[in-house]
Design a binder for this molecule. Sequence first.
Ligand code: UDP
Length: 328
Amino acid sequence: MKRVLITGAAGFLGSHLCDRFIKDGCYVIGMDNLITGRITNLEHLFKHENFEFYHHDVSNFIHVPGELDYILHFASPASPIDYLKIPIQTLKVGSLGVHNCLGLAKAKNARMLIASTSEVYGDPEVHPQHEEYWGNVNPVGPRGVYDEAKRFQEAITMAYHNFHGVETRIVRIFNTYGPRMRLNDGRVLPAFIGQALRGQDLTVFGDGSQTRSFCFVDDLINGIVKLLESDYSKPVNIGNPSEITISQFAEEIISLTGTEQKVIYKDLPVDDPKQRKPDITKAKEILNWTPKVERSEGLKLTYEYFKSLTKEELFHTEHSNFDKFIIR
Ligand code: UDP
């Protein structure tokens, strides 16, 4: 039985990864400090004999007894609002955290996969973004804490691979959505659906002409598992190339939810990328992976999840004060 450590296990992607590896018959150790993760995402796994949870901050020394086959480093604040609120922790988990995980991978002779991001391309001048593009990142802008931590993470991972011979994999994750996203994490999909469910107008930032390409979580998890099982150690984009403007996306959410609210426009946050779309040629060729879930289908499944939340959860607005955290 393979033993897998997943950091950021209580987060959106981490919890889906825990489910997947349990389903595949692995022994899963989930680790999370619960700053942005939620234990409710894992509650259903606690009764499972092949799952255990460590409440631990990976930026501090990690001790895991026994053997490990795989380590997947998914711990990190991941939405602009989160990393603006906790910038130092964001930098630490992408530097000290990944260093600890790589040290552990070396000690256990485990294969390590890190969650990188399309943010390494910054506000891209190449479209769509392929893996050879070096990016256009502002290191001292509001997104710098996340983008540069992730870029450092890729660099140290390649160094451990080249210098210590650790088996490593790097996935560059593009915008992903699905059940278990946090309603108030500030990302566009939970923001719009939350607003529709609360009877508020939908806030489009800027003129809404900026683009994103949204991948359903099940597709992403399949891509990650395929990459982990491959022998390819350079970065691979995983995302859905179906590109849409944020204005069009707001219209899709309006028709999905049937809300009678309208779109209102707010200032565009500083350094907000104008366009983003993955070139997935590598994922297709190396992993034989393509996304399968159409946006219309994925959005329906995601809306069902948000509708199942309690009124209390829906109106809990701890993170929804955009103006306080987003620098414009
Ligand atoms: N956005 C928006 N309204 C919101 C939240 C986000 O128009 O209430 C925009 C945001 O400015 C960005 C896009 O939606 O252009 C995607 O934002 P998100 O935070 O989801 O992801 P990222 O910018 O990291 O791709």
